[in-house]
Design a protein around this ligand. Structure first.
Ligand code: KG4
Length: 334
């Protein structure tokens, strides 16, 4: 079966063609970086307009690269939510229209399910069940993944997502957007032990997260430096902030796996591309005799291949959408 997948939940327009649940024939991502960079963050209205311009060219490129045409496609899978509704509507409506006109079934995919399953497109993949950390610009959650369509929430952020915290710290320090990659790069030159930023462990045994206090600590630290006319130690702040985020993400994910009796941990979402996080997950999993599975960075950040994979399983479970199905801004999984 050839699957055409479309993802437009935030600021990337992406399309991919998959052969069944195994082979990525194409995986095209068109970034809106230039559109939003000057504003220091995503402007939803501009994101929707950019998706409208990009969607046809991106889908055509995905089909061409895969060496297929629309009559070869047996399933269209598109992100139905969560995300920016204006952005979602472009990709989801496009997918439903393409499905209607060409008489191809269409399935709506939860973006979170895409991140939870993306590892399934790698050679080295886990068996079900496993514990998965989804850590991106909009979400920070831990799930038990029992099967490709059975996800149980174990914990989630009570305020900011980890990626959002990276983006806000980058903005505060004048490092630009998106914050994750630039904070991570700057952190390489800093000392992760230099500043004792707080770790929000919350109640004993809690699998929830909170990053707003950490973000405020970074703001206060930088303000104190300014008030005292001291140079802001940007690299040390980045390294110490990153260390605080990584430590909490990793320890809570390991605790979740141990609570569930799982011997495998998976990470997904844009922040899972972070080198310090990847290194720490591998180290701690080795110590705890847990196997870790990390998708390659291109399958961590937003992409349509993971939507095609999740869509394959939704379709196999008999779930298709009708032309009047709506996009949703919040995930029912979360
Ligand atoms: O999954 P994603 O592409 O989009 C969604 O939010 O769904 O994740 C984007 C987020 C942004 O907040 C970005 O700053 C963060 O992932 N990110 C990173 C890194 N690469 C992307 N955060 C830390 N380190 C990175 N290397």
């Amino acid at each position: 079966m050839h699957i055409l997948a479309i993802e437009s939940s935030c600021d990337d327009t992406a399309a991919a063609v998959l052969q069944d649940n195994r082979i990525i024939l194409s995986n095209v991502i068109s970034s809106q970086f230039d559109v939003h960079a000057k504003y220091g963050g995503i402007v939803p209205e501009l994101a929707s307009r950019s998706h409208i311009e990009a969607i046809w060219p991106v889908v055509n490129e995905a089909l061409d690269t895969a060496g297929v045409t629309l009559p070869d496609i047996q399933l269209i899978a598109a992100t139905q939510g969560p995300g920016l509704v204006g952005s979602l509507l472009v990709g989801f409506t496009f997918a439903k229209a393409l499905s209607l006109v060409n008489n191809i079934p269409c399935t709506g995919v939860d973006h979170m399910a895409g991140h939870l399953l993306a590892i399934g497109l790698e050679k080295n993949k886990p068996e079900f069940p496993y514990t998965a950390l989804v850590v991106s610009g909009g979400n920070t959650s831990i799930f038990t993944v029992n099967s490709p369509i059975d996800f149980i929430l174990q914990g989630r952020t009570r305020d900011d997502a980890a990626g959002e915290a990276f983006d806000k710290v980058a903005k505060l320090l004048g490092l630009g957007y998106p914050g994750g990659p630039v904070v991570s790069k700057t952190a390489e030159k800093g000392d992760p032990q230099a500043i004792a930023f707080p770790r929000a462990w919350l109640d004993k045994g809690s699998l929830d997260f909170s990053f707003s206090g950490l973000k405020t600590s970074v703001v206060n630290y930088a303000n104190r430096c300014r008030q005292n006319n001291e140079t802001i130690p940007v690299a040390d702040i980045c390294a110490s902030f990153q260390q605080a985020v990584v430590e909490v993400l990793v320890e809570k994910t390991i605790l979740a796996a141990q609570n569930s009796g799982h011997s495998q941990i998976v990470a997904g979402g844009g922040v899972a591309a972070n080198n310090a996080l990847r290194k720490r997950i591998k180290e701690r999993c080795r110590e705890e005799k847990i196997k870790s599975f990390l998708p390659s960075p291109v399958l961590c950040t937003d992409n349509a291949a993971m939507i095609g994979l999740a869509g394959y399983y939704q379709f196999a479970a008999g779930n298709t959408v009708s032309p009047d199905a709506d996009a949703f801004s919040r995930s029912p999984l979360n």
